[in-house]
Design a protein around this ligand. Structure first.
Ligand SMILES: [Zn+2]
Length: 367
């Protein structure tokens, strides 16, 4: 592409969107005079020094002196270069791309691989015969068809090379399956086998709703109960929150998020009508997850299992959330009661009118 063509492409992208709507997808913004204010996504802070100027389409942080336009924001936030930021926003705002960079093409390939795997798991789940056990299991956990569809729940069949055969047939390469964490190399060097076998599959999506990894739950009592995708070029464990892509608007509306532990907890809490729910699946709650959540709200209800492991996880996440400037409340579930049981008996209203605390832990009365 000629330099002049690229410059006019950049201008076309810039004019297609709005900085308030863009930044608002990442940062919880509140009106403050001619600007909007929020917690800076680029440094740790407890009082907002980050502002967005709609008139000039610029952002600036008085805390860390970071500032710029829409492209600068995307560069810093997504950790990509200027050209990639332009393409990122072009995609987002529907401006046709004049050309593609190699980096973007590789990234797209990774997403295509995961989308293809997701399509396969879904087709097995909905297949009358192949998916029966998985559907029976999910129904036994009280999940409706609607909830399962919304979360894109799938099934990895029991064979050793079912996904592999499908993906190779879709012209993906064996190396790509390995790099994407979907296959494991055989020790004798003779090819690969499927990482996920005979499991209920939960696609893990980024905030833009693209599938980047999977969590697989066994259908019987076998160990391990969960298998998660390994870290890959595009999936960093503990940097993602399960369900955030579907919950972020609801979180903003509700003014707080409900934090649960697992995929199934999230599914039943969301099904009970609490749309502003995210889960820390696959890892202990991390500082990166706190930071990610902080872009949408500064209030969290921690709702982990009432058992000992759940209480330990609660204590750890509380320390992190409080240190990150959140107002936190702990839903104190009785021992042996998980969020699912609790919601079945008390309903979604249990999460309304939560008295948040700035510090310290006071139990919610759930009676
Ligand atoms: Zn800052």
């Amino acid at each position: 592409m000629l330099a002049t063509d690229f410059r006019s492409f950049v201008d076309a992208v810039r004019n297609a969107g709005d900085i308030v709507r863009l930044v608002g997808d990442y940062v919880h913004l509140k009106p403050g005079g001619s600007r909007l204010k929020g917690l800076c996504p680029f440094h740790q802070e407890k009082t907002p020094s980050f502002s967005v100027d709609p008139k000039n389409q610029l952002f600036y942080c008085f805390g860390c002196q970071t500032g710029g336009d829409v492209f600068k924001f995307v560069q810093l936030y997504e950790k990509i270069d200027f050209k990639e930021a332009v393409e990122f926003l072009a995609n987002r705002w529907g401006v046709p791309l004049p050309a593609r960079t190699a980096a973007v093409a590789a990234h797209d390939r990774f997403h295509q691989l995961n989308e293809a795997a997701q399509k396969f798991f879904r087709s097995r789940f909905t297949d009358a015969e192949a998916g029966r056990r998985a559907r029976d299991y999910a129904e036994g956990r009280g999940l409706s068809r609607e909830t399962l569809d919304r979360l894109g729940v799938g099934y990895a069949p029991a064979g050793w090379e079912e996904l592999r055969s499908y993906l190779l047939g879709q012209r993906f390469k064996a190396d790509e399956l390995l790099a994407g964490g979907l296959a494991i190399a055989r020790k004798d060097g003779r090819g690969e086998y499927d990482r996920f076998r005979d499991r209920l599959m939960f696609p893990i999506r980024d905030v833009q709703g693209r599938t980047i990894a999977f969590g697989g739950r066994c259908l019987d009592g076998s160990d391990p109960k969960y298998i998660n995708s390994p870290e890959t070029a595009a999936y960093v464990k503990g940097a993602n929150l399960y369900g955030l892509d579907q919950a972020r608007e609801a979180i903003r509306k509700a003014g707080f998020a409900v934090l649960v532990e697992g995929y199934l907890d999230l599914a039943s809490v969301a099904q009970a009508g609490v749309a502003h729910v995210v889960a820390s699946c696959g890892t202990a709650f991390t500082a990166e997850q706190a930071k990610l959540l902080g872009r949408y709200t500064d209030r969290v209800v921690v709702c982990y299992d009432g058992d000992a492991a759940g209480q330990n996880a609660t204590a750890r996440s509380l320390d992190l959330l409080l240190a990150s400037g959140f107002q936190v409340h702990v839903a104190d579930l009785p021992a042996g009661v998980d969020p699912d049981d609790f919601l079945k008996s008390d309903g979604a209203e249990a999460f309304e009118r939560v008295p948040f605390q700035h510090s310290g832990i006071r139990s919610l009365e759930f009676t």
